[in-house]
Design a protein around this ligand. Structure first.
Ligand code: AMP
Length: 511
């Protein structure tokens, strides 16, 4: 490789360790774990041990709940020129094994609980060698002499094999290169947040997904990485951490925002140091956003992205949220720095203002392709553009409003109905807490709209009442033909509502 092109996202850790060697880089709860210098030392020791075992380019899977030691582990892999395959800790061992097998990982690094679950599971395919994080054998990987510096790698070398959350079927590994991740980190700092060494990132969401990706921009600015002591998400614990640490930032899925908002309301106050919340990964409804802003103040920014263009297609800064009209609050904002984005018709040509079509984008943040899946890659990457599968429209200012995933659009009597629009209206009814709208097959209409409604605590809305409410704001043909009242909505471990499961439920028990 031409060394002048070399790159390694390890540079984010180098920046922090060079400038702030003695500052605490990782915390478990409020307890300091390691300084930036110590994290770099640990990562380089691991890099030395791994580089002696495997050539650059091999993959290593990480199966763990959130843990401060994932920071030196990830940087150690990158330091050795290896690719990390972070796996969602909440998956079934068989699903984990399928991802590990698909990735061709040479090793699995697993937390004690998940290592035990994997070792005891009845798996179709054998696992590669498994290291238990924290074990003696794992500790030995950090005991040798540190590598002098991180390996130089091609900017297009895979750094993170990001398995899509699979709400739409078998998960695929999006190949994210060092260049992709640096573009993501830079765009986050340019568009959405401005951390410094006096701030921190609280990992309330899984580090195997968005929160872990965001480690990079915060690390580059010398912000500490705070991992909740519970290793997971608990609204009360999150608020306590934002009392205990200064300058807190977090990436939260919209459902997590709702939970911490309710918890803060119960406490009767916002935490002292919640500085910045970037939400995204799924729709944030206008009603919820307003309630959250009323409780937490102007701390919110939004990202719209996907595993294939990590965290970075469009966004809305904190300033964009201030006094924004509902149309903007319900949008996903404007194109991000370093990204080009269009809304195109079926012929791939850009649509005029307000035309509804598929969102496509290109730029340094777009993945290299899907791992060992040329067919899926050819479907997603066409003429240099990433076809996101999301349907939306652009207004005259370039503000993107997402309608739905193309496959979630309900086609009833030949007309497109966007579930999100119906959901937004239902959520303005005081007796509705959460809602999810899907289409189910119907002999007359092709599909009809069905709303799954979680009533607000103590409320028992009737279908007639909700119907009347819809009619005040929606065209008659868009209103649900059936309501199903449920205590909660099925969600993936990343907080996305599993529409697939609701469709199966409808098929199993027709109304
Ligand atoms: P994943 O690759 O699992 O992160 O899922 C990405 C998908 O989540 C996108 O293609 C969108 O459908 C959805 N998504 C991401 N961010 C947002 C957002 N801010 N608002 C609405 N949907 C979003």
């Amino acid at each position: 490789m031409d060394d002048s092109r070399a790159m390694n996202i390890f540079s984010c850790l180098d920046r922090a360790a060079d400038r702030f060697p003695d500052r605490t880089g990782t915390y478990r709860g409020t307890e300091a774990v390691a300084s930036f210098a110590a994290i770099r030392c640990r990562a380089l020791a691991l890099a030395g041990a791994l580089a002696a075992r495997w050539p650059a380019g091999e993959r290593v899977a990480i199966v763990s709940e959130n843990d401060p030691d994932l920071v030196p582990l990830l940087f150690g892999l990158w330091g050795a020129g290896l690719a990390a395959v972070p796996v969602n800790a909440k998956l079934h061992p068989r699903e984990v094994a399928a991802i590990v097998a698909d990735s061709g990982a040479v090793a699995v690094m697993a937390s004690p609980a998940l290592a035990t679950a994997l070792a005891g599971a009845d798996l179709d395919e054998p696992l590669p060698p498994l290291w238990t994080i924290g074990s003696e054998a794992y500790g030995a990987l950090f005991a040798g002499a540190p590598a002098g510096r991180a390996a130089t790698v091609d900017p297009d070398a895979v750094a993170w094999l990001f398995y899509t959350s699979g709400t739409t079927g078998r998960s695929k590994g999006a190949m994210l290169s060092h260049r992709n991740l640096l573009a993501m980190a830079t765009a986050h700092l340019a568009d959405l947040d401005d951390p410094d060494e006096g701030t921190c990132l609280v990992h309330a969401a899984p580090m195997s997904h968005g929160s872990g990706l965001y480690m990079l921009p915060y690390m580059a600015r010398g912000a500490a990485q705070v991992v909740p002591a519970s290793s997971g998400f608990d609204a009360g614990e999150f608020l306590d951490l934002c009392d205990g640490h200064r300058g807190c930032a977090a990436f939260l899925a919209p459902t997590m925002v709702q939970r911490i908002r309710r918890e803060a309301e119960t406490r009767g106050r916002a935490p002292r140091h919640l500085r910045s919340v970037t939400y995204g990964g799924g729709p944030m409804y206008v009603e919820e956003l307003k309630k959250a802003q009323a409780v937490f103040g102007p701390v919110f920014s939004q990202l719209y992205g996907q595993g294939e263009a990590p965290m970075t297609i469009t966004g809305m800064s904190r300033r964009d949220h201030a006094d924004a009209p509902d149309a903007v609050l319900g949008s996903v904002g404007w194109v991000r720095s370093g990204v080009e984005m269009r809304v195109v018709g079926e012929d791939g040509l850009p649509l005029p203002v307000d035309g509804i079509g598929e969102v496509v984008c290109r730029g340094d943040v777009v993945m290299l392709g899907y791992w060992r899946n040329p067919e899926a890659t050819a479907g997603a990457l066409r003429d240099g553009w990433l076809y996101t599968g999301d349907v939306g429209s652009l207004d005259a200012t370039g503000c993107l409003t997402l309608r739905d995933r193309s496959k979630d659009v309900v086609i009833s009597g030949g007309t497109n109905i966007y579930p999100r629009e119906v959901e937004e209206v239902l959520l303005t009814h005081p007796a509705v807490d959460e809602v999810c709208v899907i289409g189910t097959p119907d002999p007359d209409w092709g599909e009809v709209v069905v709303a799954f409604v979680v009533p607000a605590p103590g409320a028992a809305p009737s279908p007639a009442e909700l119907d009347a409410h819809c009619l005040t704001q929606l065209a008659r043909f868009k209103r649900p033909k059936a309501y199903r009242f449920v205590p909660d909505l099925p969600k993936s471990s990343y907080g996305k509502v599993l529409k697939r499961e609701l469709r199966t439920r409808c098929a199993a028990e027709p109304a």
